[in-house]
Design a protein around this ligand. Structure first.
Ligand code: FAD
Length: 398
């Protein structure tokens, strides 16, 4: 292609542009971003930025000069509002400032927004962008109590930063343990222990019926209030700007992100790829930092018609309450948790616990709590589709 249009100037969009150049693309690259900031990194937004350890500038991934050097034309503060297929493979992007860009390949890298609950007031914080993080940081400097709705990774990391600042934190979680969707019930229970041992008032199995001034109402009628409220209840893919039908008239199902094949080609939209949090590769969205980079490499190679690097095992981490939780692989299909290292699953210290997820006899994922030194070794086992015995043998040797 002569001109590649990358929509979304976050991690996945930036990495796509970098990978296109690294793989030898000589044509034009345009990067369109709705935010006014140069591409920045999100993991620190709920960690180092909130704790005050990092200045916001440290989150910048590549500044405008460096993008210019890479030969990337950047349009910041401008959203794509429509995509149209034209004659002879040309694709038009309509931008929010009324202008248009024309290219012959488009990469959708628009990420997600923080999901909001019905009736959620503007005074309740969410955390997705740098601006969200800076607003929350200021609030954490001024309050003595915080109510966190949602015990997923974002909620837990904010709770951790707040506890570290001496704030009284209550976390409301609808499921029976925090991070249940990512970790499952057994290891989610370890995440619960981390929270409660740090002094968080964790209330699981709570269902919320609405908001009051400075707080929420639970299903049993209880009102809970705090000096500040943060809602972390998942994400919604940013797809409203994409067409409802492809050029052949087929309807696109964008309900759970942009449906793609194994190299990011969007089903039903020729010449269009999708990467990062917005993209559902083979039916699954993987909202992980490393996946954005891995997918960007695959997409860049596919656009240029060269073989992509081999697929990698998904990897996710979260820093909370003084340790790192890590997960390699996809635990969703697992039917058994296999203790490997540490005593956390027997009620001992959470730190140093490593456990495998088995689907039948096959190791499909491994999670570690404060066990980074050990976890890397299990990655190769998960990649190879090793069995229970191989996992136990490795644990015995550690
Ligand atoms: P984004 O980074 O969201 O970038 C998408 C960009 O597209 C945004 O800037 C958006 O404004 C822009 N955009 C949207 N619509 C349009 C449009 N129509 N036109 C133009 N631009 C548009 N992952 C981990 O593995 N470990 C962690 O510890 C971790 N911590 C996290 C902490 C926080 C607070 C958050 C929010 C995420 C965290 N993640 C973590 C997830 C990780 O940051 C994401 O997987 C990664 O940012 C995905 O990159 P992306 O480019 O797909 O999306």
């Amino acid at each position: 292609p002569e001109h590649v249009l990358v929509v979304g100037a976050g991690l996945a969009g930036l990495r796509t542009a970098e990978q296109l150049r690294a793989a030898g693309h000589q044509g034009r690259i345009s990067l369109v971003g709705a935010e006014t900031h140069a591409p920045y990194d999100r993991p620190p937004l709920s960690k180092q930025v909130l704790t005050g350890d990092w200045e916001p500038a440290k989150t910048v991934l590549r500044d405008l000069d460096a993008l210019d050097e890479l030969g990337v034309r950047v349009h910041l503060g401008t959203a794509a509002v429509a995509l149209r297929h034209g004659e002879r493979g040309s694709i038009e992007l309509e931008l929010s400032d009324g202008s248009s860009l024309h290219g012959d390949a488009v990469v959708v890298a628009t990420g997600v927004t923080a999901r909001r609950l019905p009736g959620q007031p503007d005074s309740a914080h969410v955390l997705r962008t740098l601006d969200d993080s800076l607003a929350l940081r200021e609030v954490l400097g001024a309050v003595s109590s915080l109510l966190v709705v949602g015990g997923g990774f974002i909620g837990a990391e904010v709770a951790s930063a707040a506890v570290g600042r001496g704030i009284a934190v209550t976390v409301l979680e609808a499921a029976s343990v925090p991070a249940e969707r990512a970790l499952g019930p057994v290891l989610g229970a370890l995440a619960a222990r981390l929270m409660t041992e740090a002094g968080v008032d964790l209330r699981t199995g709570t269902s919320l019926t609405g908001f009051v001034d400075g707080g929420v109402v639970l299903a049993d009628g209880t009102e809970l209030t705090a000096d500040a409220v943060l809602v972390g209840v998942g994400s919604a893919p940013q797809v409203a700007w994409l067409p409802a039908t492809g050029p052949d008239g087929h309807a696109l199902d964008l309900a759970n992100g942009v449906p793609c094949g194994p190299t990011g080609r969007v089903h039903g939209l020729p010449g269009v790829w999708a990467v990062g949090d917005v993209a559902a590769w083979d039916g699954r969205r993987t909202e992980h930092w490393t996946s954005a980079g891995d997918q960007a490499a695959a997409v860049a190679h596919d656009i240029l018609g060269v073989d992509p690097p081999p697929a990698t095992v998904p990897y996710f981490w979260s820093d909370q309450f003084g340790l790192k939780i890590q997960l390699v692989g996809h635990p969703d299909g697992a039917d058994e948790v296999l203790p490997l290292l540490g005593a956390g699953l027997d009620g001992g210290p959470v730190r140093g616990t490593v456990a495998g997820y088995l689907a039948g006899d096959r190791l499909v994922a491994v999670a570690g709590f404060g066990a980074a030194r050990h976890l890397a070794r299990y990655r190769a086992l998960v990649a190879d589709g090793a069995d229970r015995r191989a996992a136990l043998d490795l644990a015995a040797a550690q």
